[in-house]
Design a binder for this molecule. Structure first.
Ligand code: NAX
Length: 310
């Protein structure tokens, strides 16, 4: 049997945390043969709720779950972790300026970056989910200079999956048969969801989405705004922001990063730019990536398409 992997979830008493920790404990993130120890961090006002989540994890008797650390101490939370999923953060409240939220998150991510740098396992992989995800990941990277930049990523897989979902609904095909969307940029409404190189597996083989969806107006317009504004649509419907889909996408992100992407398939990840596609080097930006041997690499040459506004 493999040694247990230590997985940290920050903000674990929150909505996404509540959806995410059982998925991880079931093996959705790291595979059905990977034992794990869950580390859960939250802040003191949420300590009691966090302990409730721990009680439920015990009650669920997950066979893969070898231990649970539930704490409000950032050092204890980060010690020895192999994977860190950063979901906790300060939400923007009514009347708050963007710069106020930013200042709060800088101090949170600074402290968590140092704790990870000093106490996490070597080669710890970090996924930032908390918004603004790209910026928080960049702050974490700046304040943890000894963690390799390639180990710090942010979540745009939810947007990627939303794009696949929209194509599957439109064409009435299984989402599993749709692949190779690209989310460019930030996890925010300025992102560019791109299906210009995406394909659908049909009985006649793999076909470009651009061939199957002939309505360019939708592909260049409605499709893009639907994906960009999906988060707001969920909030309107649920009176709460996306949680189960965010949790599921976070599992997809880590699983593909650790275990590899299937041959011929790429996914979207927010990663540090090496200058590819003329994105300034050092920014955390969402690109198409393939993963193998626990490392991602940016897929090149996917910007051009005759029927886009690129
Ligand atoms: P919740 O408010 O339900 O949960 C956040 C949790 O973080 C709370 O339990 C809170 O006590 C905790 N927390 C706050 N400060 C902390 C700190 N310094 N250390 C540890 N924990 C801390 O929010 P939830 O709906 O779970 O969303 C979490 C974050 O994900 C938000 O920032 C949200 O904007 C972001 N999202 C990102 C998405 C993405 O695709 N990148 C999509 C979903 C989601 O909107």
């Amino acid at each position: 049997a493999k040694d247990p992997v230590r997985v940290l979830v920050t903000g674990a008493a929150g909505q996404i945390g509540y959806a995410l920790v059982p998925m991880i404990a079931r093996g959705v993130m790291l595979g059905a043969d990977q034992a794990l120890i869950l580390h859960m961090l939250d802040i003191p006002p949420a300590a009691e709720a966090l302990n409730g989540v721990k009680m439920e994890l015990v009650d669920a008797a997950f066979p893969l779950l070898k231990g649970v650390v539930a704490t409000t101490d950032v050092v204890e939370a980060c010690t020895g972790v192999n994977i860190a999923v950063m979901v906790g953060g300060f939400p923007r409240k009514e009347g708050m300026e963007r710069k106020d939220v930013m200042a709060k998150n800088v101090s949170i991510y600074k402290a968590q970056a140092s704790a990870l740098e000093q106490h996490a396992a070597p080669n710890c992989k970090v996924l930032v989910v908390a918004n603004p995800a790209n910026t928080n990941a960049l702050i974490l990277k700046e304040f943890a200079p000894s963690i390799p930049a390639k180990n710090i990523t942010c979540l745009t897989r939810l947007d990627h999956n939303r794009a696949l979902g929209q194509i599957s609904e439109r064409l009435n095909v299984q989402v599993f048969d749709v692949k190779n969307a690209i989310i460019w940029g930030n996890h925010s409404s300025t992102q560019y969801p791109d299906v210009n190189h995406a394909t659908v597996l049909t009985p006649a083989g793999e076909k470009p989405v651009r061939e199957l969806v002939t309505d360019d107006e939708w592909l260049n317009g409605g499709f893009i705004t639907t994906v960009q504004q999906r988060g707001a649509a969920i909030i309107k419907a649920r009176k709460l922001s996306s949680a189960l889909s965010a949790a599921s996408s976070a599992c997809d992100h880590i699983r593909d990063w650790v275990l590899g992407t299937p041959e011929g398939t790429w996914v979207s990840m927010g990663v540090y730019s090496d200058g590819s596609y003329n994105v300034p080097a050092g920014l955390i930006y969402s690109f198409p990536v393939v993963c193998s041997g626990g490392e991602w690499s940016i897929v090149q040459g996917k910007a051009e398409h005759p029927r886009t506004r690129f």
